[in-house]
Design a protein around this ligand. Structure first.
Ligand code: C5P
Length: 225
């Protein structure tokens, strides 16, 4: 049973990996399954929110009652998020957004020419979607509550707290890994200005429901950073 702690809220969630094209048939992606983000979208909906889920390429069913927008690249994801952020009251960035994209995707399939030469890829940095949204006036004044995620390989608390301050979000959630990609279970470390709270190992849906309650609890009283 999920109490309607987000009734009247409009929640925007990003989930899954992004896909950055190299040419029409090749690209760069990552192993994010989208399961945590989809579970959060479902839990937010159960809690009474209107939910928009911006999803990178994943093979997951849309949670009941959730509006889904499918995207491929980080820049597609940024556009979709920008279009919905104005009306949102909560933004939860779970997507594993590619840090870089090939600087110029080839319009045609890159061919082997028989010389043994290999293509040299140049990269451009993608815009940080979470930091962009956290910089909106509504986020600065606390009308849009932003939540980030972090997957750190070491010193989770220190690195995640630094990331929270750098991205200027009131709540940052660390994956207590090491490797939760594609798994149905996880454990989370919630980090805010007051300190940290561990949500012990459980199903991603159970963790999502707990996280939604924590977000609702913090929204009442919390100012950014
Ligand atoms: O900097 P790092 O990628 O570790 O930060 C992770 C957090 O930032 C996640 O919440 C992720 O969804 C978000 N992010 C983003 N846009 C990017 C990179 C990360 O929204 N380009």
């Amino acid at each position: 049973f999920m109490p309607k702690v987000l009734k009247g809220q409009r929640v925007l969630v990003t989930a899954g990996p992004t896909y950055e094209a190299i040419d029409p048939v090749r690209g760069i992606t990552n192993l994010s399954s989208g399961k945590m983000g989809f579970a959060i979208a479902r839990a937010a909906r159960e809690a009474g929110a209107e939910v928009t889920l911006v999803a990178g390429p994943v093979s997951l069913a849309t949670p009941r009652g959730v509006t889904r927008v499918d995207v491929k690249s980080a820049s597609n994801m940024l556009s979709a998020v920008a279009a919905h952020a104005q009306s949102a009251t909560v933004f939860i960035a779970t997507a594993a957004v590619a840090d870089w994209r090939p600087a110029a995707a080839s319009a045609q399939k890159i061919k082997k020419d028989g010389s043994g030469q290999t293509p040299q890829l140049q990269f451009t940095e993608n815009t940080d979607i979470l930091a962009t949204v956290a910089g909106l006036p509504a986020a600065q004044t606390g009308r849009l509550f932003c939540v980030g995620f972090a997957a750190e390989s070491h010193d989770l608390l220190e690195n995640a707290q630094a990331k929270r301050l750098r991205k200027k979000v009131p709540l940052l959630v660390g994956n207590i890994g090491p490797d939760t990609f594609g798994q149905d279970h996880n454990a989370l470390l919630l980090i805010d200005a007051q300190g940290s709270l561990e949500l012990p190992r459980a199903s991603k849906l159970s963790l999502a429901r707990q996280l939604v309650r924590e977000i609702a609890g913090r929204m009442a009283a919390c100012a950014p950073t």
